[in-house]
Design a binder for this molecule. Structure first.
Ligand code: FEO
Length: 173
């Protein structure tokens, strides 16, 4: 059993992960509309991953005899200025999630809640990987440039990153 305060904080994290899932889904849809198929596939996969992150906390709360709450998700944006701006938003959101995870670890530490500290270790590593991945994407976009001729190459690069991630996931099984 974990504290009510910890359970509330974890339910808030469920909301944040759920929002990320919907945000990336919305971004995938925008990319599809813009003909950026590689980016769309990448973001669909990210959206699915965020749903898994949300569900992991959901199951953890049930496991420790607390009440997991289905979150109210606020409306995500539907339109984005450019693919560069879109990935900047992804990176910013990932930084926000990292900050929230750190806060959860701080709270669990304060409460000597070793179960939650242990549970959150997976998220700490995941966030380091996600932030690194988004920085890599932003660096590639910067290298390619942001003219209309560049979109094709940006999409190819992100498709390649997506395929590499898929292979790595397959290899980890
Ligand atoms: Fe689950 Fe990428 O935050």
């Amino acid at each position: 059993m974990i504290s009510e305060k910890m359970a509330t904080a974890l339910n808030n994290q469920i909301k944040l992960e759920g929002y990320a899932s919907f945000l990336y889904l919305s971004m995938a849809s925008w990319c599809d509309k813009e003909g950026l198929e590689g980016c769309a596939e990448f973001l669909h996969r990210q959206s699915d991953e965020e749903r898994e992150h949300m569900l992991k906390i959901f199951h953890y709360l049930s496991e420790v005899d607390q009440h997991a709450l289905t979150p109210e998700i606020s409306q995500t944006p539907h339109e984005f200025d450019s693919v560069q701006e879109l990935f900047k938003q992804v990176y910013k959101h990932e930084q926000k999630v990292t900050h929230a995870i750190n806060e959860l670890v701080a709270q669990a530490t304060l409460e000597n809640d070793y179960s939650t500290i242990s549970f959150l270790q997976w998220y700490i590593e995941e966030q380091r990987e996600e932030e690194n991945l988004m920085r890599t994407i932003l660096d590639k976009i910067k290298l390619i440039g942001d003219g209309p001729m560049s979109l094709y190459y940006i999409d190819k690069e992100i498709d390649a990153i997506n395929q590499a991630e898929l292979s790595a996931e397959g290899g980890a099984e």
